[in-house]
Design a protein around this ligand. Structure first.
Ligand code: NI
Length: 165
């Protein structure tokens, strides 16, 4: 496994809609394993392929799910088939170091897609997992967390990036 470089805002790949995966082969499974390693090393709870510069509709997530358990998933070609309710959790993003905002999202969803082995997957998600999935699926549509922010917050963040240079 190897660590991948995480693209940061405003790199153009983050604005790109990811292409559908046609074949879950060894190369894609290696990418998934590298994405797990990259996400864990960066202490993230989710990572989309476009964030590591790959044009693939695929994300990984690792979210606490009660007691000491965690749910670790990779979803290829995810599609939302049901969504309801509303929640707003403070979110961050590995592509936006230091940026955090609350985003209104569905509180519960059902997604369909494929797992690392190419098996069809149907997953019901609530709370944090539902938020993480919507955040990662945003990435696959070329939408970054900062696109949900007000113009004022966006400009303040861009200004803070320039200061760091
Ligand atoms: Ni993100």
């Amino acid at each position: 496994m190897s660590l991948l470089r995480i693209c940061t805002y405003p790199e153009s790949i983050l604005k790109q809609k990811a292409g559908a995966v046609k074949d879950i082969d060894g190369a894609l499974q290696r990418l998934i394993d590298d994405m797990y390693e990259t996400m864990h090393t960066a202490s993230g709870v989710g990572l989309a392929a476009t964030q590591v510069g790959k044009d693939n509709a695929l994300f990984v997530a690792d979210v606490p799910s009660g007691d000491d358990k965690r749910l670790v998933i990779a979803v290829v070609n995810p599609v939302i088939v049901e969504s309801d309710g509303q929640s707003s959790i403070e979110e961050g993003c590995l592509s936006l170091p230091g940026f955090r905002i609350n985003v209104k999202r569905a509180a519960r969803l059902v997604i369909k897609g494929y797992d690392r082995d190419g098996r069809e997957l149907v997953l019901e998600a609530r709370d944090l997992l539902a938020t993480v999935i919507q955040h990662e699926m945003d990435h696959l549509n070329g939408v970054t967390l900062i696109d949900h922010a007000s113009l004022l917050k966006r400009e303040a963040y861009l200004k803070s990036l320039k200061k760091d240079d």
